[in-house]
Design a protein around this ligand. Sequence first.
Ligand SMILES: [Zn+2]
Ligand SMILES: [Zn+2]
Length: 263
Amino acid sequence: MAGFKLDFLPKYHSSSYQIYRFFWEAVDFVYPPSCAGCEKPGELFCRDCKTKVNSLHLPICEICGYPILNNGVCPDCQNETPPYAALRSWAEYTGPLRKALHRLKYKNDLGLGMFFSLPLIQIIYAEKWDFDFVIPIPISKNHRKTRGYNQAALIAKPISLALGRPMFQSSVSRVKETQSQIDLSRAERFKNLQSAFSPNSAKLLNKKVLLVDDIVTTGATMISCAQTLREAGCSQVYCISVARTLISHQRAFQPDNPSQISL
Ligand SMILES: [Zn+2]
Ligand SMILES: [Zn+2]
C-alpha cells in the first residue's frame, strides 16, 4: 500500500480501519502478490505501473470532473446539470490501471479494492465532501451470482471505514444493467436511465450520500443511480470512481457523435 499516506485523516487510526487494512497487508504477506498492471512479482501494483497512471489534475469541470482548459464548469454541465453535486475520478482508464481494474472485476484480486480506495480517500478529503452514507454502485443479481462479489463495494468499504461513514449497501438495488447510451434515441436513452435502479427510500430522505464505482465510461450509470437517489429524497449525491474514460458525459448523449466506447 506504499505511496498513499492517509495519516492526516481523523479516523485513520480507528481500530476498524486499521484492522481492515492490516488484514489485506497480511494477505499480501502470506500470498505475495504479482502486479495487477504488469504481472511483475512483489507488489499489488508496482512502482513502474504507478508512474504510468495518468491521474486527472486541475483544471477540471467543477461538477463532472472532466478535464477542461480553464477553471469552471464544462459546456456539457452548463447545458444539462447532472443529478449529482460532483463527480471525481482518480485517473484515466487506460494502460496498467485498466488491466488492474479488470483484474479486480473479473479475477478475484480483492486486495486491489483496498489499494485503489487510497487515492479516492485523498480526493474526498481534499474536496471536503460531507456525506452520511457510502453507497457502492450495485451490480445485478445475475452478476453477483456469477462473480460472487461487487467490486465497487470492495473499494467503498475502506472509504467508509477510513472516513467514519457507514456503508449502506441495500439502499439501492440494480434492476437492470445500464446500457451504453451511444446508439439509442433520446427517448430510448431516457427510458434506459430511468429504470436501472430501485431505491430503498426509507433511510434516504434528506441524506447526503457518496456513490462509489470502479470505472466511469459514459457516466450513464452514475447519472442513473444519482437520479434515483435524488428522487428517493437524497439531498446531495457525490460520485467517485477510480478511473474514467476521457469521454464527457453529455457527449455520450449526442446521437451524431458515435463512439466505440461502451459501458
Ligand atoms: Zn506493474
Ligand atoms: Zn462538466
